[in-house]
Structure formats: structure tokens, C-alpha cells
Design a binder for this molecule. Structure first.
Ligand code: IMP
Length: 184
């Protein structure tokens, strides 16, 4: 079966294609930046993205994610992209300097076919690295070390990241729900 992932981010597209493949779901790409409301919860952003994505057709997938630093009250959270684009990885590490390094990544994924909507969430706990390491992945991957690992996500091969990541968890859960809805 086919779905369309609406995102402007080719890195996310590559991950979702890989994660959906074992479920027999082919992922087309609608390359567009969906309007994001000023919201405090990823769930609210995804609901708005799904409504806006309806124009991309039926069987659409959207996703929103963020990194939440516990010692910074969950910042940058829903502002993760803005913060990365402005102060960058070094700026985030400076803000976190001298504080507890516990951090969580969260992804919320949504699917819409006709009037039916499905949602799934994935989280991964970890710590902030003291400096960026590795060249794989996207965004904050060079400074995110998942719990139980020494390597950052950017130092792992793609399959190792998918097995542990917030997106891997959210998208595997969404893929199972899509298959159940569509009768396999
Ligand atoms: P958004 O979901 O596109 O709003 O992404 C929020 C921010 O988090 C962007 O700056 C992304 O680069 C970053 N981000 C999203 N997913 C990941 C990930 O899997 N690893 C590291 N950074 C990510």
C-alpha cells in the first residue's frame, strides 16, 4: 500500500521510508513546509499539520518532533527547529553547561485517510554529549546519546538509530495502526 509523507525534511523522509518498508508500506513524498501553529504540545502541532495536509490527498502522514532538556524545563521542545537554526548545537550545549544533561526526544506522528485520523507517539531518553560527535542523521543527532549507549545518534548507522529513536518508535506504532485500519 501507499502513503504520502508531507515534510520539507529529506532526512526525515529517508528514515520514514526505511521504517515503513518492513510493513509493506511505500512512502511517496509531498515536499512542502506545512504551517505550524504556535503551540506548546507536539500533538497540537501534528493535528494542525494533518488538517493542512488534507490538500496533499488521502493517506497522508505527518510528523513533528522535538528535543526536551530536563534541566531547561523541556526547552527547546516545540521550538527545537528555531533554536537549532538560530543558536545551533553549540548554543544549546552552552545553555546546558553545568546542568544535569538528561534529555528526551519525542516524536508524534499522524495519518489521515478521509475522515479517519490515527496518531502515534515515540520517545527516547538520553544525555547531551559534551561536544558534537558523528556525521550521520539530522538535527541534534551529533549531541544526543541514547541511554545505554556511548555513541551519539550521529555516530550510529541508520538502522541502529531507527531501532532506538523516537521516530522509529512512533512510526513503527503508526505503521501497525495503518495496517490494522486498512485490513492488512
Ligand atoms: P520538526 O519536527 O521538523 O519541527 O523538527 C524539530 C527540530 O528537531 C529540527 O531542527 C530537526 O532537525 C530536529 N530533529 C527532528 N528529528 C530529529 C532527530 O531524529 N534527531 C535529531 N534532531 C532531530
Amino acid at each position: 500500500m501507499d502513503v504520502t509523507f508531507v515534510t520539507s525534511n529529506p532526512g526525515k523522509l529517508a528514515e520514514v521510508r526505511r521504517i515503513f518498508r518492513p510493513y509493506g508500506i511505500q512512502v511517496g513524498w509531498s515536499q512542502q513546509e506545512l504551517p505550524e501553529p504556535q503551540a506548546e504540545r507536539l500533538e497540537d502541532v501534528v493535528r494542525a499539520k494533518l488538517a493542512a495536509a488534507a490538500r496533499a490527498g488521502s493517506g497522508v502522514v505527518v510528523e513533528d518532533s522535538g528535543m526536551f532538556v530536563r534541566a531547561l524545563g523541556g526547552f527547546p521542545g516545540v521550538y527545537s527547529r528555531y533554536v537549532l537554526d538560530t543558536i545551533g548545537l553549540d548554543g544549546v550545549l552552552r545553555l546546558a553547561h553545568g546542568r544535569s544533561r538528561a534529555v528526551q526526544f519525542r516524536a508524534v506522528a499522524g495519518y489521515r485517510r478521509g475522515r479517519t485520523e490515527l496518531y502515534a507517539t515515540g520517545t527516547v531518553q538520553g544525555t547531551l554529549a559534551t561536544r558534537p560527535r558523528g556525521a550521520n542523521g539530522l538535527g541534534y543527532d551529533p549531541i544526543f546519546v541514547p541511554t545505554g549507549e556511548r555513541r551519539t545518534f550521529a555516530q550510529m548507522d541508520p538502522a541502529a538509530k531507527d531501532a532506538r529513536s523516537h521516530r522509529g518508535r512512533a512510526m513503527r506504532s503508526l505503521a501497525r495502526k495503518i495496517r490494522a485500519l486498512e485490513g492488512t
